[in-house]
Design a protein around this ligand. Sequence first.
Ligand code: FE2
Ligand code: FE2
Length: 260
Amino acid sequence: MDFIFTQTPKYWWSGDPFMSHFMNNLSSLFPYGEKFFVDSVRAARDQVKDPQLQKDISAFIGQEAMHSKEHATYNDYAAEHGIDLERLELRIKVLMEWVTRFSTLKMRVAVTCALEHFTATMAEQLLRREDINLQMSDPRMYRLWMWHAIEENEHKAVAYDVYQAIGGGYFQRTSIMILTTLLFLGVIGWFQLHLLRKDGQLFNGKAWKYGLKTLFGPRNGYITGLIKPYLSYYRPGFHPNDHDTRALEKRWKDALAFEG
Ligand SMILES: [Fe+2]
Ligand SMILES: [Fe+2]
């Protein structure tokens, strides 16, 4: 895939600063976040005996490497509008280096599993919820996010299967999920305030109202809808493929004419 964002308006999410920056915020996590996933899974790969899982790992690495690349291209949009996403990306780079320094390989694969559960469940909502995804009013952004959402669902079980293949257990998986959740929410909150402040939108009440309703609305909030699937990760027998999304992925691939 090759995405070009040079004509994308600054507030590409329905003209709204809060949600546009929320998605910019998420995008800034990907280049080094997904590099961390790839490095972790790759380092564990020689302990994996199953030939099918070896193939899945290759596909996973290929997909995540492309996501990193395309979300780095996203910076063309950001640079055009004076949004310094590269600075945020470098903070993630430092954070992931720090996590790498103070963890074992199994812990890093567990962190990858936890974050892949976030990406898969967030992505699934984006695919299912047309009331949300149609709010992406820029067609280039819409294509990028939907493409990424499809692929996140396609490979959602790979890190988990690797974690199990290297002997990862329930206690470590769930305790790492708790820590990763705290870190993830902290970083997103920090980056969101930073992006709004730098853009002079920190006190834009209308944008906050729209953004908080879109994310946390009691009935239809994007994040509200993630709570149940998030909690399923703590079930002892949980597996990402318990929840089959293949038909959903196929429908979107056909609709957007993506290959593969
Ligand atoms: Fe990805
Ligand atoms: Fe992924």
